[in-house]
Design a protein around this ligand. Sequence first.
Ligand code: R5P
Length: 299
Amino acid sequence: MKNDLCVLAGPASKDLAGNIAKTLGAELVDVELRIFPDGESKVRIAGELDGKVAVVVQSTYPPVDTHLMQLLFIIGRAKKTARRIVAVIPYLAYARQDKEFLKGEAVSMELVAGILNSAGIDGLVTVDIHSQLALSHFTIQARNVTAIQLLANYFKSKKLEQPLAVSPDIGGVGRAHAFAGFLGIPSIALPKSRDRASGEVTIDTSAPEIRQARGRDVILIDDMISTGSSVVKAAQVLRSAGCGKIFVACTHALLVGGALEKITAAGAGEVIGTNTVPSSVSKVDVAPVICDELRKLDR
Ligand code: R5P
């Protein structure tokens, strides 16, 4: 790696930025943050970027819009002196609103991508983005990397009884299959549906694949946990089917509105997330897969 690279530690991702800089052997530049009483953020880049490639690391977990604005301010300031800007946005907010589901809805991801494009970034790396459609809204070099193998590695040392990987919804069938492949175990996906207006989650309990969970330890695997409704419902269905221990793993553990307590109350023995969203369940470091991608980007 050339020494013209520096890693800017956005306020939302200081530890991860440190891990990325260390892995790349690059200079780590701190970004100081001040939040005013009215909620406005002010950032200051505490280092020189002259002619360098600046890798700006800032996740956009809640408070989503605050973290997004801070990211834009960092990019805007870095742009004045850096040669190139690469945004590392480990959790990319708004990726779920990647199309118009109900007539009249804004396609939020399209707008957010447009803002980042025009802010002047030259490249973007994100982790387990909700859909490829979301990524397609970028006009710059935008890459998605996955933490699924790293999450699977976490389970390799655990002694599990006939483990079964379970996606809480059909959309995640590929993810659960890939995760299961790394562990050499089977996988299933549950037929979940969500009411687009109320957000209520239901799972069709008549689906025959649910019976496969009987007597097995299950690992629920998802891209993200927000309110926890999806994995709570899945855990309840799996328990009713007579499963053994329940583990819950995801890349982005947003855990809003007491989600962790709800998931634990639903019978999950352990929740595992990554450091795309720093929390007490951030047990997997995604720096290795981000650095692999950064090494490939145009310089
Ligand atoms: C949905 O398609 C996603 O993959 C997640 O399952 C969902 O966003 C999780 O949200 P919640 O925790 O609120 O059910």
